[in-house]
Design a protein. Structure first.
Ligand SMILES: NC(=O)c1ccc[n+]([C@@H]2O[C@H](COP(=O)([O-])OP(=O)(O)OC[C@H]3O[C@@H](n4cnc5c(N)ncnc54)[C@H](OP(=O)(O)O)[C@@H]3O)[C@@H](O)[C@H]2O)c1
Length: 289
């Protein structure tokens, strides 16, 4: 295989291929970053086209999709018949644009997303998802699996893997923001974040356990109460907001949470379960495209 882009993640991908015994050709804009991989058995390519020409599967992992297209365009003459698996983060629209650019040269395109950090790449803990032509995924799955045991194909839409990455990032940042706001609240009272961590972890794990049930409700469009009604939770949300203001901590996050629930109550969901708030998230924000 070929790996284009040897930043923190690209290096981890190339190393995982090498550990699994796959002949690997690598290229990076800053050539010096490729040299340590040569010592581990990688072949160094002087240009992206040279790397692409060396392998049926081309894995790309750089900063953004515009860079992917800029790297691959001059290699167009040798792309035909190969598969590009692009593990660069980006929106689903960007992924479809890159897919179109690659497909013009007669290559298959798999959009990919890495739900892992570099140090877990190539292990049982790494989750990587792909979307695009099923036949291309099936052809390369055994090799792609050496990047992580949790390797799966989500569907034919080139943008689907990227869309899943955006959704997972949204989950992660919102969970972390809740933890950070809680740590700021307790910190204002002199309590260390380390002392808060076990309780926060329990809260996160409890909510994680609710996800499958809430998902079924979202798909069904009906939100019977599983734990507490939105009305009940709204009262507690106002308390978190008041506590934040009283302690001089940012009220931005609790105000957003309270406003969201108030809109759900105004729409008639006060007696429903929390998953009813999904209907507020489905609406475009005012002033935004
Ligand atoms: N790190 C993670 O934990 C992680 C997890 C999941 C997904 N990802 C995704 O993986 C991708 C790479 O992340 P990273 O952590 O490896 O970033 P990084 O360490 O900053 O590396 C960025 C890479 O992109 C290359 N690059 C940037 N602009 C370029 C251009 N115009 N032309 C050619 N090459 C260019 C850099 O080349 P130079 O060396 O020449 O600068 C470098 O190889 C990102 O899309 C990121 O969101 C990363």
């Amino acid at each position: 295989m070929a790996v284009l882009g040897l930043g923190l993640m690209g290096r981890a991908l190339a190393e995982a291929f090498l550990r699994a015994g796959h002949p690997t050709t690598v290229w990076n804009r800053t050539a010096a970053k490729a040299e340590p991989l040569a010592a581990r058995g990688a072949t160094l390519a002087a240009t992206p086209a040279e790397a692409v020409a060396a392998a049926p599967l081309v894995v790309v992992c750089v900063a953004d999709h515009a860079s992917v297209r800029a790297i691959l365009e001059p290699a167009g003459g040798v792309l035909g018949g190969r598969t590009v698996a692009n593990l660069t983060s980006g929106s689903s629209g960007e992924a479809r644009r890159t897919a179109a650019a690659v497909s013009r040269h007669g290559a298959d395109y798999l959009g990919g997303a890495i739900m892992a950090i570099p140090e877990t790449v190539g292990t049982a803990d790494a989750l990587l998802v792909y979307s695009g032509p099923r036949a291309a995924f099936d052809r390369h799955e055994p090799v792609l699996r050496s990047l992580g045991a949790g390797t799966s194909h989500l569907g034919d839409d080139h943008g689907l893997a990227s869309l899943n990455e955006m959704a997972v990032l949204s989950v992660m940042w919102n969970v972390l923001n809740g933890f950070l706001h809680g740590a700021a609240l307790l910190g204002a009272a002199g309590v260390d974040a380390a002392a808060f961590a076990p309780l926060a972890k329990t809260g996160i794990e409890t909510v994680a356990g609710w996800v499958p049930g809430y998902a079924r409700q979202i798909d069904d469009g009906a939100y019977p109460v599983l734990d507490a009604a939105v009305d009940t939770q709204l009262a507690a949300m106002r308390q978190v907001l008041d506590e934040s203001a009283a302690l001089g901590v940012s009220t931005a996050l609790p105000a957003f949470v309270k406003d969201l629930a108030e809109r759900a109550v105004a729409a008639g969901h006060g007696g429903d379960g929390y998953a009813a708030l999904v209907e507020q998230f489905r609406k475009p924000s005012e002033g935004r495209p």
